[in-house]
Design a protein around this ligand. Structure first.
Ligand code: GYE
Length: 332
């Protein structure tokens, strides 16, 4: 009899212990986590980490969509591959995020995955570069730069500095082909060249917006062309690479050199090179999209419809007039 009592007590203690462990072992399983469920879940598919512009853009997004500010950010770096972006978007859909944000590598090819997101009822915001779609209702909003206008700004500067009939040898370093930033900036140059009869683009190649490729492509071009008047370079990092290539073979550039450099982005380092007279003209492209995207999301959270397109205001910097204060006043 005594033995049975001991066994029963041991069993009861065991069951009580197991129950206690279960309840206290993992608080998030037994007590629903209020703060996590209140958060707005945002999936962001970023292009990559190819340039200083991109790093500043990622920083702006990460600083905006923080847990302290009520967001859970799922960040995916696509390493400049559209297939990685499509995979990330499908993952966001299956995770039932509240919003999907896409900085598209290129313009074409998004319709099927946009449709999947729409069918799942997830609002889609496009940032930075644009997309081409047959159905504009597949996304809610876009915010970014007017790349064609940036190219036009560069042409206005060229027209002020070079006569229309001057024989001008132009080298064109393009960004990632098929991206809006490349397409718009290329169209700008193309329009300028077709208007000014002396101007010739002697070579055009892509450096994929990176410093390494910019250097590689420029090194090849320098071997083929002894005389270059203008380097039209579709971002700062490729310009840095091209400058390294020119330094290595003793070709001069900038305000005091042989090759006039026009660049885009106006990143911190890009503007320092402009102030130093190495880049002649730098057209701004503003990467601080985090707060702009948040504003779009907040409008939707409050039941409002954000505007379909929002262009960012941008300026440009001339080596002849830029000041240190211009650089210091900027946060990127
Ligand atoms: O100019 C370049 C980056 O899409 C505006 O992408 C962006 C461009 C930017 O890699 O530096």
């Amino acid at each position: 009899m005594k033995k049975i009592t001991v066994i029963v007590v041991v069993c009861l203690l065991f069951i009580a212990g197991a129950l206690y462990m279960r309840m206290s072992g993992n608080p998030s399983q037994s007590v629903p986590d209020q703060s996590a469920s209140d958060m707005i879940v945002v999936g962001f598919s970023q292009v990559g980490a190819e340039s200083d512009w991109r790093m500043a853009n990622t920083k702006s997004m990460r600083e905006t969509f923080t847990e302290a500010r009520g967001y859970k950010l799922l960040f995916r770096d696509a390493q400049q591959k559209q297939s990685n972006q499509i995979e990330a978007i499908r993952e966001f859909i299956s995770q039932k995020v509240n919003y999907i944000i896409l900085a598209p590598v290129m313009e074409e090819g998004w319709d099927p995955v946009l449709k999947e997101a729409k069918d799942a009822g997830i609002p889609f915001v496009i940032v930075d570069r644009m997309i081409k779609t047959s159905d504009e209702s597949l996304y809610t909003s876009w915010v970014g730069s007017d790349f064609r206008k940036e190219g036009g700004t560069a042409m206005t500067w060229m027209e002020k500095n070079f006569a229309s009939d001057k024989d001008l040898v132009i080298v064109h370093l393009q960004g990632s082909r098929g991206s809006s930033a490349q397409i718009g900036r290329t169209e700008g140059l193309q329009a300028g060249v077709s208007k000014n009869l002396g101007w010739k683009i002697v070579v055009r190649d892509s450096g994929d917006f990176t410093q390494v490729k910019g250097k590689e492509v420029m090194a090849r071009i320098l071997k083929q062309y002894d005389k270059i008047d203008v380097l039209y370079c579709e971002n700062d990092n490729m310009a840095f690479g091209a400058m390294e290539a020119m330094d290595e073979v003793g070709r001069t550039y900038g305000v005091k050199g042989e090759v006039t450099i026009i660049s885009f982005d106006a990143t911190h380092k890009g503007l320092e090179e402009t102030l130093a007279g190495k880049i002649n003209y730098n057209v701004e492209c503003n990467p601080l999209h985090g707060p702009r995207v948040e504003q779009i999301i907040q409008l939707m959270e409050n039941g409002n419809t954000p505007s379909k397109f929002a262009y960012v205001d941008e300026k440009a910097f001339d080596a002849a007039s830029i000041t240190k204060e211009d650089i210091d006043a900027r946060s990127y």
